[in-house]
Design a protein around this ligand. Structure first.
Ligand SMILES: NC(=O)c1ccc[n+]([C@@H]2O[C@H](COP(=O)([O-])OP(=O)(O)OC[C@H]3O[C@@H](n4cnc5c(N)ncnc54)[C@H](OP(=O)(O)O)[C@@H]3O)[C@@H](O)[C@H]2O)c1
Length: 247
């Protein structure tokens, strides 16, 4: 089954990659449920999809809270009757050297970037197992494949997402769940990700990177749509996208 009529949850849908993906999928005939914390931005994004004739709804959700993610999946099922795809995309990147001991930022990255993905998997898996189909898509990063100065905790969360998704793929095959998995390893895309960085030098460096070579998040949306559109018997397990000019 292609994108059309699939019910897709997108987390981190209030801006950047999640918003672009929700828009493209909505315009392509999916029934999209947008999730994030900022209600005004979610309302705006849903209105934009509906204006183009798409079907979309939103639910304010903090992905670090297990019960809220379960409620999000219940909401999608009550609105549209089923759930086919979850795009675990919410994340933040307040990078700083470990020596700055910004432990509340460490906790938040672990809770959102890693635990948020796990919460998404936990919430959809019983439904996917029952219906013997489903697709889990999660946003890692090139920081899930490499390590960078100032990105110790961010890299740890994104390597964690890689490990979780790889094991989910294997266990799905082993247990005949028929769940497809796709992990995104992304280089620099022009989004609001740098706004949460509190280390001035790192913030300026990332903003400069986005301003000079950052790619359009709609390209990620196209890749996600492609992965969903593939025949059910194949899973595009990994997608790595760098701007051509990025080292
Ligand atoms: N942009 C890049 O270059 C790049 C590269 C590699 C990987 N990534 C990854 O791509 C994903 C999307 O980021 P982006 O670049 O699109 O940045 P963004 O524009 O800052 O979007 C981040 C999204 O995550 C949401 N979010 C943050 N904390 C949340 C929480 N506790 N619960 C629910 N939603 C939450 C934000 O919404 P609210 O604030 O409204 O909750 C927002 O919608 C992240 O996982 C990021 O690590 C980005």
């Amino acid at each position: 089954m292609a994108v059309k009529n699939k019910v897709v949850i997108v987390t981190g849908a209030s801006s950047g990659i999640g918003r672009a993906t929700a828009k493209l999928l909505g315009e392509s005939g999916a029934k999209v449920v947008l999730a994030a914390r900022n209600e005004d931005k979610l309302q705006e994004a849903v209105a934009e999809i509906k204006e183009k004739g798409g079907e979309a709804a939103y639910k304010v959700t903090d992905v670090s809270k297990r019960e809220e993610v379960k409620a999000l999946v219940d909401f999608a099922i009550s609105e549209y009757g089923k759930i086919d795809v979850i795009f675990n995309n919410a994340g933040l990147m307040p990078n700083a050297p470990l020596s700055e001991l910004k432990n509340s930022e460490w906790d938040e990255m672990i809770d959102v970037n890693l635990k948020g993905v796990l919460n998404g998997i936990e919430a959809v898996l019983p439904h996917f197992i029952k219906q013997k189909s489903g697709h889990v898509i999660s946003t890692s990063s090139v920081a899930g494949l490499n390590t960078y100065l100032g990105a110790g905790v961010y890299c740890a969360t994104k390597h964690g997402v890689k490990a979780l998704m790889e094991v989910l793929r294997k266990e799905s095959a082993n247990e005949k769940m028929n769940v497809r998995t796709t992990t995104l390893y992304l280089g620099a895309f022009r989004t609001e990700l740098a706004t949460r960085i509190t280390n001035k030098a790192i913030k300026e460096r990332i903003e400069f990177l986005y301003d000079t070579i950052g790619a359009d998040p709609m390209i990620v949306a196209e890749a996600v749509k492609f992965a969903i559109d593939l025949p059910e018997e194949v899973s595009m397990n990994e997608i790595t996208l760098y701007p051509t000019a990025q080292l």
